[in-house]
Design a protein around this ligand. Structure first.
Ligand code: GLY
Length: 366
């Protein structure tokens, strides 16, 4: 039985580490004190979906503990990860009056975490950051590991910085209000962590999939905790993605192409990754014939995906994969599985196999 109330530690070096707590938002002030943050002003960045639900609770707790919080609310949605919205955070923070010890609290999902995180990374050359993820994708993935940034018209996440938080506090209760499609999208990333690093967790997901889809907390909390712990361990081994961290991109070479060809917003990121993982599993089986493709694929097919992959032409998807890599100057690489729970990165794949992988993900190949 996993004790989900024990914090996870992200260890980046002998004197660089931070905790991931799964505690109620009301406990954030004491967790901030334990992390050595000095009471005074703090800037809460949230969005107009999450803020009305949870920011009052957080503010009251901060006020009660002697903090002077200020809330800044951005519109919910990916288009908020932009220079104009970043500029507004700079304006609010700098005209209010902050110093280098003023924490930025990112209360929301991946968009808020990335945007507020980048503001924290750059304001006064770096402010303490507190990640308070309220979506599943943020609790198991994006709030952990220090990737922050905004999008550019040329592509997503092309402007940013590594800026590790002082602490992460994921309140499991906030997931209750998550829209169903965001839940299943986050689930794809949690399952991804099981595929790349933990065959036991994969078996757990297989066994409990109906209850996970029903969001039964007794089953989902251990999954979230273990998925977050995998992310923490991978980041601890390779903070700046010089090598191993790239395995977190399982399904993403295919997934990014889906998002690009369909147009952003047609598939959620998690849905694109779920389909991308099906293709990546097929590719893995081309390299490792013993891989239990059917079994793994059966699991992924249970994650609901809106949008039809069959509507996207394969030549466009192939082209998009190459275009994606041209932007960041790297060669086309894929994360593949040697076996469930063990992943590595390779560029050594045949084009025919990649095309067949697309057909497989569309359900047109066994
Ligand atoms: N989401 C991939 C990473 O943080 O490296």
């Amino acid at each position: 039985m996993i004790e989900v109330s024990t914090p996870i530690t992200v260890t980046l070096g002998p004197h660089r580490q931070y905790p991931i707590h799964f505690r109620p938002l009301g406990e954030v002030p004491s967790l901030m004190a334990a992390a050595g943050l000095r009471r005074g002003r703090c800037l809460i960045v949230t969005d107009d979906h999450v803020g009305p639900l949870y920011a009052d609770r957080l503010e009251q707790a901060l006020l009660g503990a002697g903090w002077s919080p200020r809330r800044y609310t951005v519109p919910a949605g990916e288009s908020t990860k932009s220079l104009p919205h970043l500029q507004k955070i700079y304006d609010v923070a700098l005209s209010w009056g902050i110093d280098r010890r003023t924490p930025v609290l990112a209360l929301g999902g991946g968009v808020v975490g990335d945007l507020a995180g980048f503001a924290a990374a750059t304001l006064l050359r770096g402010l303490p950051l507190v990640q308070l993820p309220t979506s599943l994708i943020a609790q198991v993935d994006s709030a952990i590991g220090g990737k922050t940034g905004i999008n550019h018209v040329v592509g997503k996440n092309l402007i940013g910085a590594f800026h590790q938080p002082a602490l992460v506090c994921a309140d499991p209760e906030t997931l209750a209000t998550l829209p169903p499609r965001e839940w299943t999208s986050g689930l794809a990333e949690a399952v991804k962590h099981a595929f790349i690093a933990d065959a036991d967790l994969l078996a757990y997901v297989e066994q409990h999939m109906p209850a996970i889809l029903e969001r039964d907390p007794s089953v989902t909390h251990p999954l979230i905790y273990r998925a977050a712990a995998i992310k923490a361990a991978v980041v601890g081994e390779d903070e700046r993605e010089a090598g191993r961290r790239a395995i977190l991109n399982f399904g993403h070479t295919f997934g990014h192409a889906i998002e690009r060809v369909a147009g952003y917003g047609v598939f959620t990121h998690g849905e694109a990754v779920a389909l991308g993982m099906r293709a990546a599993l097929y590719l893995s089986r081309c390299l490792h014939p013993d891989l239990p493709l059917e079994r793994a694929d059966r699991l992924l097919r249970q994650i609901p995906v809106q949008g039809r992959l069959a509507d996207l032409p394969i030549p466009s998807l192939m082209q998009a994969m190459h275009a994606d890599k041209k932007v960041d100057g790297r060669t086309l690489r894929f994360v593949v599985l040697r076996r469930p729970g063990e992943a590595y990165v390779t560029a050594d794949v045949h084009r025919d196999d990649v095309e067949a992988a697309w057909l497989f993900a569309r359900g047109e190949l066994d």
